[in-house]
Write a protein that binds this ligand. Sequence first.
Ligand code: GP9
Ligand code: MN
Length: 419
Amino acid sequence: DGSELVEVNNYIRSNQADASEEMFGVAKGKNLIVVSLESLQTFPINNKMNGQTITPFMNELTRDEDTVYFPNFYHQTGLGKTSDSEFLFENSLYPLSGSAVFFTHSGNTFHSLAEKLGDNGYHTAVQHPNTKSFWNRDMMYESLKIDEFLDINSFEIGEGDAVNWGMKDIPFMEQSVSNMAEMPQPFYSRLITLTNHHPFFLDEEDKFIGEYDSVSGTVNRYFQTVRYMDESVEVLFEELKAKGLYENSIIVMYGDHYGISENHNEAMAQYLEKEISPYETAQLQRVPLFVHIPGSGKGHVNEEVGGQIDLRPTVLHMLGLETAKDMQFGGDLFSEEHEEFVVFRDGRFITENNVYAGNLCYDRETGEETDAAECEPYIDQALMELDYSESIITGDLLRFYNKEDGQLQPNGEIMEIEK
Ligand code: GP9
Ligand code: MN
């Protein structure tokens, strides 16, 4: 009857971080462009492979005066992969443990980022050159109140424009920006890239660097497709400038989940020149996060430990929208009150000082095993937080939550919900 929500609400309210004073409203009224960087992990950033630079454009962004780069940012996805990262971004809720929430709970009530932006005058659109029903996106996007889904039918895929899973990222970026140019402003346009996806195949003309030389063809090719992705991100920036959209937009880009699974530990050990311990495996779940605010001069490398659950409040606050009444588990990454506590879907976690993985407690900086007592207090909190989030989804509890005034519906009376 929704009474579970009282306890969840108490937990959320007592852990909530206020908006950052410095960053709140820094991009008020601007267009929001979000890029989901398929399978991009943090390890190629500012790194080389056999002497070759892997991500030249994104490396520049990490030092750019208008870009905040987060090197200690983690994905928190589960079985739902890309769709889980979308779910985290939109709702600041954890994905489910045993299934993909996009498939199992697409009819639920959510209070998504898209919905909030829509309520505040934004046109909201996702662009992804794949079939509408793939991952049940068409159904889920209705519940997430995304106004427009530009799927494969909104793109012209000419000869040589497709590889691997579908449309190549460079033509995708070009056409996405053309689509944005047609949208009413301000808009929220989320782009989901595709080329840097397992098994990481490319046409010859799109290979800008050589392959790696390990036992894993997957890892060997990954560097090349990441290099291609980097090129496509540069094209995005150029096109936005060419179409006059750049100045009036902010661009938020993040890796959706890992690209290299643990099946490739031997190759990764060769590349990283260290053994892949549970600590390393957890650290390999870092994905890059870039927050680019043209003309702001706010650029810096931000070492804060955070995760995808933090994106919703971080972004909404930059756009000048409060989230203090929202039912969300993440916090504003720019807030002084942001808690450095990243929970993975499987119960592993990262804190300011520790990495808890493989039932072992490690020092986050050194990777050395450390006193279990340092991690102990967080083990239950991590599981509790996952449980609370799961109960919201499985009980469809946001039906009982009034997003306008933050009130729970008394006596479990179901409020009127527009569907
Ligand atoms: C395909 C894209 C990739 O539409 O979402 O899916 P993934 O396998 O990464 O979840
Ligand atoms: Mn993906």
